[in-house]
Design a protein around this ligand. Structure first.
Ligand code: NAP
Length: 443
């Protein structure tokens, strides 16, 4: 791997990279099947990814005809790696075993270890015999939508594909590693003005927010829409704020600290709610909902922007969902992609039907949506929201930070890249975007 890293850092050509032999094994952050029960009886909050995520040397998998081997320069932590690492709500080894039943190539994924991670930036080293659009030497970012393109159900919106999976969560050989094997239709051009780690943090969260707000498959945001964004400096929220501002909307960002409120204001989000100050009690002690607190929250939004939200960008789930469904405007839309605080949700259906609201479920993004979201990054119209970077050997610590909400924006992970700041090739665009924007989330 050292010779591959050196060659990339020295600007080797595609032919030169293709001539370097692949190693037999590579470094990877894995969880192990033998640990599936290690957190039995432990409260979710205390399940510790630092115990379950381990750095191992693992064999390089065989390459299928429609795949590429990518040298991963950097990756990032997504919440799905937290879920894998705490084996909640299910162990991902069950998903790998189910996947393995589909084909001989899928069988490769069913192993006693799971290389986790669903983001990556790097350089293509090899392509399978059926790959047409990519070649060794291409600098890429990787999106996580893994689809079977021979399945008819994947040919309207590939997120509706019967066999759609998330790479590095429901498949093996994920991005928190020095190498990965991905489908060629997961590859996108690396934004040239960004370093490896800046380029690595976007694909999963940026594409998710793009689909939720901008795509025809999501909430179909339009100019002037008021959009309430939970976790507005978190992974998906920080991209959502940028989409609302770019699209001529009015973001109302909810965060939980003065520092996060400051970042939001610097981004141009004027309406900010610090939920730690608001201290909303949407749930009573006896697990019944508290409508007067929903009303107080709605009043705080109106006090800031003078009206109810057209759209609520929802993902905390059980803690907030009832309030989200209540405060959204008559005829408005709640779009949700997650349930961090619990997936059994409760809301008052009377306010939903009498006020003709819409609820839209959303999950990652199809290739086209991910590509368009990546294009906006590459043009400097949406910025990465990286706050800090960890080495691959500390992937567990990085996942712990996300699990315990100790972070802002995105956490990058250096894989083959040894130093931050490497990999920039378009210095002119970088200067135009400016370090203030690119470093807004940096600690
Ligand atoms: P993140 O970086 O941890 O940010 C989430 C933010 O939400 C937190 O920083 C926190 O912000 C806020 N939050 C957390 N719990 C909350 C609660 N109980 N009440 C109110 N706010 C709360 O995570 P992320 O990357 O944005 O992901 C968020 C969720 O979306 C995760 O569950 C993740 O698995 C899911 N997700 C789904 C998809 C998909 O394709 N379906 C894609 C990406 C992410 P404050 O403390 O500042 O309020």
């Amino acid at each position: 791997m050292d010779s591959i890293r050196d060659a990339i850092n020295n600007g080797a050509s595609g032919e030169q990279l293709a001539a370097i032999p692949l190693p037999g094994t590579y470094r990877a952050a894995v969880i192990e099947k033998q640990d599936e029960a290690m957190f039995a009886g432990v409260a979710t909050r205390d399940k510790d990814p630092r115990k379950s995520i381990k750095l191992r040397e693992v064999p390089v998998p065989e390459l299928a005809p429609d795949e590429a081997v990518v040298a991963v320069m950097a990756s990032s932590i997504n919440f799905n790696t937290v879920w894998s690492a705490i084996f909640e709500p299910i162990s991902t080894f069950g998903s790998l075993a189910r996947f393995a039943r589909e084909s001989s190539w899928a069988k490769r994924h069913d192993l006693p270890y799971h290389v986790v991670g669903s983001d990556g930036s790097g350089v293509v080293l090899r392509v399978g015999s059926a790959v047409r659009n990519w070649k060794p030497g291409d600098r890429v970012t990787i999106h996580c939508n893994h689809v079977d393109d021979q399945d008819p159900s994947a040919h309207d919106d590939s997120m509706l594909g019967a066999n759609q999976r998330i790479w590095g969560y429901e498949t093996n050989f994920g991005g928190l590693a020095d190498l990965t094997v991905v489908k060629a239709n997961q590859l996108m051009p690396k934004p040239a003005h960004l370093s490896w780690e800046e380029a690595a943090v976007n694909a999963l969260c940026n594409s998710t927010s793009y689909r939720m707000l901008v795509s025809q498959n999501g909430a179909r945001m339009k100019q002037g829409d008021v959009v309430l964004i939970w976790g507005a400096t978190g992974g998906i929220g920080a991209y959502a704020v940028q989409y609302v501002l770019n699209g001529g909307g009015i973001p109302v960002g909810v965060v939980s600290s003065p520092d996060k409120a400051r970042i939001l204001r610097e981004m141009g989000c004027e309406a900010v709610i610090d939920r730690s100050k608001g201290n909303y009690k949407f749930w009573n002690e006896d697990d019944t909902h508290n409508e007067s607190e929903w009303r107080r929250f709605g009043g705080d939004i109106r006090a800031l922007v003078g009206e109810d939200p057209d759209i609520v960008f929802e993902h905390p789930g059980r803690s907030t969902f009832g309030a989200s469904m209540y405060v959204v405007k008559k005829g408005g839309t709640v779009v949700t992609c997650a349930a961090t605080s619990g997936f059994m949700l409760e809301f008052d259906n009377r306010f939903f039907w009498m006020r003709l609201k819409r609820l839209v479920g959303s999950h990652f993004a199809n290739y086209r949506e991910a590509y368009e979201a990546n294009r906006l990054i590459a043009k400097g119209m949406i910025d990465p929201v990286i706050s800090q970077t960890f080495p691959l050997s500390q992937a567990g610590e990085a996942a712990w930070q996300v699990h315990r909400n100790l972070h802002e924006g995105k956490i990058g992970v250096l894989c083959l890249a040894e130093n931050e700041g490497e990999g920039v090739t378009d210095h002119e665009l970088r200067a135009k975007v400016g370090e203030t924007r690119l470093r807004r989330f940096r600690r």
